[in-house]
Design a protein around this ligand. Sequence first.
Ligand SMILES: [Zn+2]
Length: 408
Amino acid sequence: MNCRFCNTPLTNTFIDLINAPASNSFLTAAQLNEPEAYYPLKVYTCHKCFLVQLDEYKKSDDIFNSEYVYFSSFSTSWLAHCKQYVDKVSAKFSLNEDSLVVELASNDGYLLQYFKEINVPVLGIEPTANTAAVAIAKGIETVTDFFGVRLAETLVAKGIKADLLLGNNVLAHVPDIVDFVAGMKILLKDSGVITMEFPHLLQLVENSQFDTIYHEHFSYLSCYTVKQIFESQGLELFDVEELPTHGGSLRIYAKHQQNTAIEINERLTYLLEKESLFGIDTVEYYNNFSIKVERIKLDLLDFLVTQKKAGKKVAAYGAAAKGNTMLNYCGVKNDLIDFVVDANPSKQNKFLPGSHIPVFSEDVLKAEKPDFVIILPWNIKEEIKQQLSYISEWQGKFVTMIPQFEVF
Ligand SMILES: [Zn+2]
C-alpha cells in the first residue's frame, strides 16, 4: 500500500489489530447462523508525511450503505456541543439569511437544525440514505451522495457555493482524502471558510485510544499532516481549537490561500509547535503504541475471567463502533459479557458483530442488575455514569479501559 496522500510506499506498522468484522454491522438473530466477514485491521504510519492510515480493506460504499445505523442525534452531549458551535461560528463569520452553510456528512440533520432555527440557509450532504431521510423529514434539504470533486462540480454548476463548509468526523472517514479536500476547494466561496473536526492523533497515541480504529476510519490525523493536505489543494489553515469531544479532537479553520483578508491565528503556530515537541513528525513517536494497547487487552481479559470464575454478572453500555474494536481485538465473546445496553432502538434486539453479545434497552439493565457495567464509549463516560448512577443501589460498579483499565 502507498500513502493515500503523498504516495510513499508504507513500511511502518503503527498497530496491527489483526482483523475484525465491520464495526457498525449489527447482526439479527437469523444472521448469527451465517458466516461473518472479517477484514484485516492493520494501520500504517507514512514516514514522509506522517499520515497514519488504514487501507480500504472494506470498501467505503459498502460501509456507508442503507443499513448504516449511526444516528448523531442520540447523544445529548454531542448535540449540546453542536449547538454551541453554531452560536459561535454564526456570530464569528456573520452568517445570516443570505449565507449558505453546507455540511459534509450531515447525518440526520443533528447540527444543521440549529442553523435552520436562526434562519441561516443550509444544505446537507450525506451518503447514507436512511440517516439522510431523517434529516429530510425534519425539513433539512439534503443531497444523498458521497462528496468529492465530482459532486462539488455538480453543485457549483447549479450555482451552489458555500460561505461556511463544515464537516465533523468525516475527514478521517473518507478513503480518498485528497479528492475530498479538492472538492471543498471547488465548493467554497472566495470569501468562505471551512471548519472540520476530527479526533486528534496526539490524543490517540498519548491515551491509548486504539478502539477508535475501525474500518470506516481510514485516516488518523494530526494538524501537521492536515495542513500539508489542505495546502496541496490551495487551501490554508488559519486557526485551530483543541476540543474535548471524542477523547480530544481538533477543530481546524481553513480558507482559500489567496484570501488574505483573514489573519492566521497564533493558536495554529502553538499547536503545530506542541505536536512537534511530542515528536509527531518522527517515526520513533509511534513505536511504543502497540505495547500500551496489549497491556489493556491483558487487563480486560484478566478482569473478565476473574469475574466469570467468581460467578459475577458483567454487562456493558454503548453498542458503538469503539466497543466492537475493543471486544474483537481482546477476543471477548458473549460468554464473558452477558449483554450490552444501548439507547438506539435500531440496534436493540440485535447482536454485536464478532462477539455476538446481544443489545438490549436500558430496562434489561435495571432488571438484571449486573455487578459490573463496562462503559464502552469512554468519551461520554461522565454522561453515562450520571445516567446509570442507580446501579449503586445494587452495589454495581463501572469499568473503563481507556486510557487504562479502571473500576470505579
Ligand atoms: Zn504520506
